[in-house]
Design a protein around this ligand. Structure first.
Ligand code: NAP
Length: 276
């Protein structure tokens, strides 16, 4: 990678970010496409100063992650209509000093699902009611999927179900719930708690499509159980790569090198696994 006086700067802003695979993903993509650009991780205490910094240093684009995806919105000049409906942005595009927010988490989940199934007319249970569940809920509803929200805390779950105009299921009553698709958006099963599964395995029926948006590990306990019961499974790695690929497209206007991005993330996850 060449770094000189013309190198364009991109960044991820969040806290924590030291575990993030986004620098590996985007730097590999810049390198593969021959772009003179570099992507760094900034661990930040607050978002307002970061937004000023993006403008002051002409940072061309940024990923925004936990805990700033909603907090960043008031500081942006413009929101893409989908990100505006969701109410959060995980991507900033700097258009000559005007900052526009996008939500590629939603697009990434949609693309990962569309690789495996045709969505219109399907029913889907989303487990969780946080930022990712909200983004996925909105984009699936707009793509003709009938959604139910299952969440641990009733208040948060009911609030998201209300804004999506859909049914709420308390998480401890999920056993009998039925859907063509199950999407798991909580941190349950994430490293180091890899022996946890957020739902009773009996509810996983042959033919269901089960997606876990956790990407570390790439095969969670839920996905292993789903596969053993004859479900089609989708890993959070697929969503992660697609959300990054959409960011790359927004920032550069060129087709993302998805195969390269896929390879570098899987290699990094493998290495992380070997180090443990
Ligand atoms: P968030 O806003 O904090 O929401 C977390 C959700 O998980 C809430 O609904 C919370 O329920 C639920 N939850 C937390 N701990 C739980 C537990 N022990 N048992 C049951 N439910 C629990 O987080 P987020 O931004 O939506 O992110 C969620 C996950 O998605 C993270 O693991 C993140 O890494 C992953 N993610 C992946 C991608 C990707 O590209 N693959 C993209 C974005 C996010 P309560 O309301 O009851 O607290």
């Amino acid at each position: 990678m060449k770094v000189d006086q013309h190198t364009a700067l991109y960044a991820v802003i969040g806290n924590p970010v030291r575990h993030s695979l986004s620098p590996a993903l985007h730097n590999a993509a810049f390198s593969a496409t021959g772009l003179n650009a570099v992507y760094l991780a900034f661990e930040a205490e607050e978002i307002e100063g970061c937004v000023k910094g993006i403008k002051a240093f002409s940072i061309k684009g940024a990923s925004v992650t936990i805990p700033f995806k909603t907090a960043v919105v008031p500081y942006l000049n413009e929101m893409d209509p989908l990100a505006s409906r969701i109410g959060s942005a995980n991507t900033i595009v700097n258009e000559n000093g005007r900052l526009k927010g996008y939500n590629t988490d939603a697009l990434g989940a949609l693309k990962a699902l569309e690789e495996k199934i045709r969505l219109p007319g399907m029913t889907c249970i989303i487990i969780g009611a946080g930022g990712a569940a909200r983004a996925i809920g909105f984009i699936l509803k707009e793509n003709g999927v009938a959604i139910s929200i299952a969440n641990r805390s009733r208040k948060r779950g009911e609030r998201l179900a209300l804004s999506l105009g859909c049914e709420f299921i308390p998480l401890d009553e999920i056993k009998g719930a039925k859907g063509d698709i199950l999407i798991q958006t909580t941190p349950v099963g994430m490293y180091p708690h890899v022996d946890q599964c957020p739902v009773p395995e009996q509810m996983l029926k042959e033919g269901m499509v089960v997606m876990d948006i956790i990407y570390n590990p790439d095969k969670t306990k839920l996905l292993k159980a789903a596969k053993a019961r004859g479900c089609t499974t989708i890993s959070g790695v697929d969503m992660f790569i697609h959300q990054g690929a959409e960011q790359f497209r927004l920032w550069t206007g060129i087709d993302p090198p998805v195969a390269v991005m896929n390879h570098v993330v899987k290699e990094a996850l493998l290495k992380q696994g070997e180090r443990r």
